[in-house]
Write a protein that binds this ligand. Sequence first.
Ligand code: 5GP
Length: 116
Amino acid sequence: MNYDNNNIFARIIRGELPCIKVYEDADTLAFMDIMPQMPGHLLVLPKAPAVTLYQLPDDALLSCMQTIKKVGKALQTAMAVEGSTLVQHNGSYAGQSVPHVHFHIIPGPLKGLKPH
Ligand code: 5GP
């Protein structure tokens, strides 16, 4: 799938659409999900244009992981939970609805999934 420069997250990155921003650096952005699965549900994305993880250059992926570590840890503290869940969809078949690669950080367990 070709990258669409006008997808919602590209427009948020460019500042054309609003978001509740929790973290930003030169390569990544983190903001609150507009329809949270749980209170505190965050999204982390690279600024680099890529639809899925498989199109993302390794340096941009590393930047995302560094941001995930920072904001995920802070989120657990802020929400007073001892764990969090990282989710990432690749392609509409897998449930991806916005065609700019992104990671969900959900405080605690994902709804519907029980710990083993
Ligand atoms: P996906 O299903 O693609 O993995 O997840 C996309 C996520 O983006 C969904 O959880 C959805 O609620 C969120 N989302 C969609 N549009 C917007 C928006 O305009 N702003 C924000 N903050 N989140 C959005």
